[in-house]
Design a protein around this ligand. Sequence first.
Ligand SMILES: NC(=O)c1ccc[n+]([C@@H]2O[C@H](COP(=O)([O-])OP(=O)(O)OC[C@H]3O[C@@H](n4cnc5c(N)ncnc54)[C@H](O)[C@@H]3O)[C@@H](O)[C@H]2O)c1
Length: 266
Amino acid sequence: MSRLAGKVAIVTGGGGGIGSAVARRLVAEGARVAVADIFEESARRAAEPLGDAAIAVAFDAASADSVKALVDQTVAHFGKLDILHNNAAMTDPAKSAQDTTATDIPLGIWQEILDVNLTGYLLGCRYAIPHMIANGGGSIVNTASNSGTAGDLARIAYGSTKGAIITLTRYVATQHGAQNIRCNSIAPGVVLTEALDKTVPGLKDIIKRHILTPEFGTPDDIAALVAFLASDESRYITGENISISGGGLIHQPHYADLKAFMEGAG
Ligand SMILES: NC(=O)c1ccc[n+]([C@@H]2O[C@H](COP(=O)([O-])OP(=O)(O)OC[C@H]3O[C@@H](n4cnc5c(N)ncnc54)[C@H](O)[C@@H]3O)[C@@H](O)[C@H]2O)c1
């Protein structure tokens, strides 16, 4: 497939489970990619197998200067910018453990999560859009989450940023549509990255009762959606939030209980 031949992309959080799969997929479809992460080593590990089609860039999504430098370095290296995949997020287990409830979350943790997950996406748009306009247009794909569309027992800051990303996406799409900039968000449900499988081993069994597909989604499933939204095949889709979660949020809340009851009765 060469849907992305000639395109240049930035993938933030590119050293992580989903980001590295997206970088691989975009390159497989013909793009050249800046794989950007706060951990230089993991960015390098993801970029190196992709050869000359990828560079590794260390950056901090929470710093305006650093995000600007990432965009400038990408344009200096590859000559332009067509695609931005804002995907980095605070997923450090020690910090996530403190992301609890409205009454308990330390304000410092709340702010840190907002800075990376939300302001980081704004900054990516801020510095990427002028280059995209200069180039005749572009596609921005923001990673939100199903956690941004429904409440949960923990991670109030994470969920709030993911909800806000869906709204940020609509504003960017609205404000820059006339300049041929499309902006969409994707909302993964549980995706079994290696890290998640290790840190929350019991989660798998709970979630499995609520998804409708026989198998969990993988980072490669997410990458396929990002590649589609990045490509001109999706040229009439903008401002949307697309859930990619095995139907986990589309059924009645009592689905799992009723299913267990019916199986027991049968
Ligand atoms: N895995 C899932 O089940 C799931 C579900 C819904 C949404 N998501 C979202 O998908 C995206 C990717 O998550 P993942 O599962 O691959 O997790 P991951 O932890 O493997 O990837 C996140 C990456 O972001 C990087 N990062 C963290 N802080 C940063 C900063 N300040 N600057 C730059 N990079 C930074 C990390 O180093 C890491 O490589 C995230 O936005 C996450 O919220 C994941």
